[in-house]
Design a protein around this ligand. Structure first.
Ligand SMILES: [Zn+2]
Length: 97
């Protein structure tokens, strides 16, 4: 028996696919959502590997929320900047009158 069969933790990236990074070649490998032994998608593991599917951890959810908040702040920042230019333009317009 070959003992060189690793277990990789794969992340769900869609409703039908999981992804993980091969520890040897660093390629991103995609598989359908199914745990257990799989045929290798890169040449590093001639005997394949095992896949464990990681659930979205609370940390991931928090990170997604933080990303969403950052996006909102970015947009708010841009519109605040837009408001500033609107004020400058307004002032210039009033001065010109
Ligand atoms: Zn590999």
């Amino acid at each position: 028996m070959n003992k060189n069969i690793p277990t990789f933790k794969a992340k769900k990236i869609s409703e039908t696919q999981v992804q993980f990074t091969c520890s040897k070649c660093k390629r991103k490998l995609h598989h359908s959502i199914e745990e257990g032994h799989r045929v290798g998608h890169c040449d590093c593991w001639p005997d394949g590997y095992y896949i464990e599917i990681e659930d979205d951890s609370p940390t991931d959810r928090i990170r997604h929320l933080e990303d969403a908040l950052k996006e909102i702040r970015d947009i708010a920042h841009v519109s605040e900047g837009a408001e500033f230019y609107a004020m400058v333009a307004d002032k210039a317009l009033k001065g010109a009158k």
